[in-house]
Structures are given as C-alpha cells and as structure tokens.
Design a protein around this ligand. Sequence first.
Ligand SMILES: [Zn+2]
Length: 178
Amino acid sequence: MLPDQKLSEHFSLYELTATSNAALQAANRDLTPEQLGKLCALAALCEELRAICGNTPMRVHSGYRSPALNGNTAGSSSTSQHPRCEAVDFDIPGQTLQESFDLIRAAARAGKIKFGQLIIERAERSYGIAEWVHCSVIGTLDPLKVGMVMEMQMVDGKPHYILVEKFNFATPQKGENE
Ligand SMILES: [Zn+2]
C-alpha cells in the first residue's frame, strides 16, 4: 500500500482511492508507477472540474477502483473507466448535481474543458437513492464514446443511459485545418 501523497493542489492519492469497502481498501492503494501517473492525470481533470464548479471543495465518492473492488460495486460495469484510473464520481457540497452538470457542459461548449464522458449517475443503496456526477479523462475510452454527456435513470431497478449531448473533442489530424 502506498503512503498518502498529493497528486495535485487539492487532490490526494487517498482521496482518489478511497472506498467504503474496508476489506478492499488497502489493496485499492497498491498501485504501480503507471497507475500513479494516470491518477495524476485524473487529479488534473478534478482540478479543472473544481475550478469550473466555482472553486469550492469537491466531495469525491470514488476514483480508482481495482478490478476486485469494481466487481463488488453495485451497478458498475466491467468496461468502467474506474479500474483504469480514468474516472471520478463526485458532488459539490452546496450545489445540486444539475448545477454542477450544467456548469461543466457550459465550460465544454466554451472550449474550456475536454472529457471522456460526463454522466449524472444514480444507484439504489440500502439507505435510498445515491446520486453523483461521473466524469472521466479521454484516456483509453472508445473514441466513439468520447464527448458523450448522459443521464442515468433507474428503470425497474436497472440503469438506463440517455444521451443528452455529444461534444466533438477530436483533435484535428495533421494536415487538416492547416
Ligand atoms: Zn463513475
């Protein structure tokens, strides 16, 4: 298990590897240098999101999830970007999810941020419905999925994703637009 360390100005390794699953917590902080590097890139995205959402503290629900932890997380898919150190689930205390979601979309329209996917997600927990914003780096995401903005709705206990907007974040190929 790695010692805690700063990954960026406002985000630490332990924040982006925290889990409520006590049995898997230590193993979730056992990272390779490559994974640590990818988490630094995720922390950089978190800094951009934090700034866009008003420079107020962000509450991280989940960042990196080891494959074992991801498999134990209800509603999480095996193709999730969390096990690849590429996604963060969060909310901003004092702000509704919709407000954070809209601020990030407006920033993307203004060319101020690029992301892999931006999703409002919901899950049924023992205490009720939990909600958060999921945002990922482009990373290893399927290029066809890059720039998708979606809302998850629970229908009969199953997650359904509705595409609400799609950004074209593709960088121009050499020779194009020159
Ligand atoms: Zn997520």
